[in-house]
Design a protein around this ligand. Sequence first.
Ligand SMILES: [Zn+2]
Length: 92
Amino acid sequence: MWLAPSSLFRARRARRLMLGQAGQIDLAANRAVTSDHLSVPSSICMHPDPALPPDRRNMTVASAVVDLTACRLWVTDGPPCEAEYHSYDRQA
Ligand SMILES: [Zn+2]
């Protein structure tokens, strides 16, 4: 699996943001974390860095949140800062 050099930073940032909302994590809280733009262009929600050659640019193209209690999957078709989450229920 290929990881962007900023993956470790982004993972720590996401963990810190989630811990700040412990006990209150819902879809909106997840969206806030996955849409975080601190340290653009290497933020959690990544957008292409025009300073890089085209073959080195990265972008978040989707986001997924799983609600294990409700057995529901929430997915975006695009960066979470722009795209809406659509829900899918577990098929019985
Ligand atoms: Zn974004």
